[in-house]
Design a protein around this ligand. Sequence first.
Ligand SMILES: [Zn+2]
Length: 661
Amino acid sequence: MPEKKEKFYITTPIYYTNGMPHIGHTYTTIVADVLRRYKKMRGYDVVMTTGTDEHGVNVERAAKKAGIAESEFVARMADAWKQLWDELELTADEFVRTTDLKHVRTVQWLFKLCKENGYVYKGHYTGLYCIYDNAYVNEPKPGNLCPDCDRPLETVTEENYFFKLSAFQKPLLDFYNKFPEFIQPESRRNEIISFVEGGLKDLSITRTSVRWGIPVPGEEPHVFYVWFDALTAYLSAVGGPEYEKRGMWPADVHLVGKDIIRFHTVYWPAFLMAAMLPVPKQVWAHGWFLMDAAKMSKSKGNVVLPRPIVNMLGMDALRYFLLREVVFGQDGNFSYDALVTRYNSDLANGLGNLASRTAAMLEKNFAGIVPKPETRLSQDDVLAKAAQSAIGEVLERYDRYEFARALETIWGVVAAADKYLTTEQPWALGNSPDEESRKATILWTAAELLRIVSALAYPVLPESTSKIWTLLGQSLGISATPLDGLRWGQLAPGTNLGKFQALFPRVEKTEAVERIEAMANEELNPTQPTASAPASTTSGAAATPGPTAAASDKIGIEDFAKVEMRVGQIKTAERIVGADKLLKLTVDIGTEIRQICAGIAQYYEPESLIGRKVAVVVNLAPRKLRGVESNGMIIAASVGPEGRPVLAGFHEEVEVGARLK
Ligand SMILES: [Zn+2]
């Protein structure tokens, strides 16, 4: 436990902006967020940085294709990345863009230092170049053809600045030797050491053939090239040339994917050594998630997106699965099947069930007040000891980034508590003073165990453990709970319990997987204009006066006749897990019974709708909303600034199936 607040600086990679985040980026960012929350609970002053890498030929091309300026293109991309991280509640303290002025200044400053210290020189770079794509090609197609456009490549020589990487072979090997914890995990360390022992070539760090980049001052048209620009973002995020004022540099850990570890453990410390700046303490490389044992790629159509999973199962489920399923640092397999299986077994039946059982019994037997534990029996002590020793073990495992094992330990305690309740059967005890006293001890023990488990699991499951914390009537926020002060026995009898909120509703596996896949498909192929937009707002039910209605001219009767509307009667109505605004209805339209989703869940109770007659557009093409098929649309007025839906209805008796004209 640090006496004065020690600092801890974590980074994710600065993600390249020519695509959108998938599960791989999300994984790294989640780990950074888990560490950020954990270190704060250990009393550290924490900064977490993420951001976007916005320069280079690929951005130039993508902007051209989109018909907009590069600056506008990257601003839109940066916003989209930020928005996703906000939605997933992955809150970085710093979001650095490589087009930020503070970053531009830092790169130019670092270059100046390296140059003054004699590690930069002007030379020539020769390579195969595509003059149509404006890019060097490292792996040409047979016959020296461009892999992108199939045109013949030319050998081009241009003036570049070079960084004397060759001068750092020995300093780097000495550094790795002196700080063996610098490269993690161990297997990567050996790989990097043998790479450096094989000899280092000087590195080209500027280009004259690229336009969209940070200019080398006084040396236009030179711009900085890839790594000298991107890596420096970690430093510009925490003060750049004035880093000492902020007090966060050097980074305590750079989290990276295993494909970019070489740049982080060879180039980056060499640049910093050349500039005589402090070198990061650690680089931690994680593995890949493979989809059914194959690497994910958009072209294979097996990209896993975070949003559909979060919509269906919640943020905590995704976080838990990614950290529990795979040993951090190794490759792992991703499958929706395994995700939903773990969700049901560990979260719904595990933690969720323990919390709801305990809450219900405390409410029923002790009017929602934490009882006083009376005489303790040996089985109570066994559980107390298990929870107490889990505390130290879990902290140690988090410290070593053994997230899967930390969670395994926590869930071991959850399972022990389940077994304890099943054996002790507090629900079977009667009202005699002895039995009341026994009940009090058992339920206090279960509640105290929930408190310990919640505090320990909070870094990984912030949303659900916060709900348990509120349930247990804890006034100090869970995120601010000092883990170093966590002890068995701190739950005060007499505490008023808060309201129980459902944590992890059980889902049916096949249906859940289908819906996640359908939502992912909607996000990857947003071709149906009706399905993409309403997913996050009110859906088809409210006839929202959208731009089409407002802007259009009058239509002829023949256009109106194309819309077939009939009287329908609602047969069943239910809420949809993961879609707060939608109700799933079955509606009798006279000729058949249809499934229709309606965005009215916030205003209508499902039970109140059964038997109600409504106006239904029956010839609307089927579509999926939040992954649930909707075959038709129910007409509603949109009322007030929030567009509250009010269902259209009939004041006189009408026959089901009657056509509206
Ligand atoms: Zn080409």
